[in-house]
Write a protein that binds this ligand. Structure first.
Ligand SMILES: [Zn+2]
Ligand SMILES: [Zn+2]
Ligand SMILES: [Zn+2]
Length: 263
């Protein structure tokens, strides 16, 4: 085991869309009406299988649909990148894993993130449920910027900024996942050296106060220098095929269902 952790056996992009999803409600633009299935994006979320541990990163509003679509039947732990609604509000669907796994779900994030999640879902932490499965059974375990274990897997947190909000990316061996960010400090860039695959936030072409736009994301991806970089948290302004045609070699938009395996 190295400090940077074990490289996953499998990574599945469960959702690659920005907070509104694509298509957006009430939008008739070219991408929202596209027939290309890769232009349909649920909210950002990731599944990682590593060292025999099944990790869900964030609980998007479409968690149930994502798990059904991509055959996710077991999750051992949930890691939160931050508390924004598009990353959290599917939390109630964790009840199903309580049932399937016959145990509570361990939920990990920074102290601040976990506190915000607790305030968003007071019923999940109250003792007044009518029957046991009426609320998810969760055990919160805080993490910081130091490497931590999830079962046999070592995970390296990547502290980043999302506007003014500190958030975490996560590195698993030669793979790293960095969504919802527009600044990566030098110490975190050090933690991103020697990657086979990076998944990085790239919202749209126009600038945004809390997300990398495509130009900034490409620049950051070049700086990090992973062999392959996929972009995520994508808004309706970026059509899958036309955007990919313009991107440098080794970079592409991700899409829902994109599955990565590592040798
Ligand atoms: Zn987000
Ligand atoms: Zn649109
Ligand atoms: Zn966010």
């Amino acid at each position: 085991m190295t400090l940077r952790g074990d490289t996953p056996e499998e990574v599945i992009v469960l959702g690659s869309g920005t907070s509104h999803g694509v298509p957006m409600i009430g939008c008739d633009c070219r991408v929202c009406t596209s027939a290309d299935p890769r232009d349909r994006r649920t909210r950002t979320s990731l599944f990682v299988r590593t060292a025999g541990v099944r990790i869900l990163i964030d609980t998007s509003p479409e968690l149930r649909l994502q798990c059904v679509a991509h055959g996710i039947k077991m999750v051992d732990v949930v890691l939160y990148t931050h508390h924004h609604a598009d990353h959290v509000v599917g939390l109630d669907d964790l009840r199903r894993f309580n049932w399937l796994m016959r145990t509570h779900m361990v939920v990990r994030g920074t102290v601040e993130t976990l506190e915000r999640v607790r305030r968003m879902f007071p019923y999940a932490f109250a003792d007044d449920a009518d029957y046991p499965s009426a609320k998810p059974s969760l055990v919160m375990e805080p993490i910081s910027d130091v490497p931590f274990q999830v079962g046999a897997a070592t995970v390296l947190p990547i502290p980043m900024m999302h506007g003014k909000l500190p958030v975490l990316g996560f590195r698993f061996g030669r793979f790293a996942y960095c969504t919802d960010c527009n600044f990566i400090p030098a110490e975190s860039l050090d933690r991103l050296k020697g990657l086979d695959v990076l998944i990085l936030d790239a919202l749209r072409r126009r600038p945004h106060p809390t997300h990398f736009n495509l130009e900034q994301a490409v620049e950051m991806a070049q700086r990090i220098g992973a062999e392959r970089t996929y972009f995520t948290h994508i808004a309706h302004e970026l059509g899958h095929e036309e955007t990919n045609a313009d991107l440098p070699d080794g970079m592409a938009l991700s899409c829902d269902g994109l599955t990565l395996t590592f040798d």
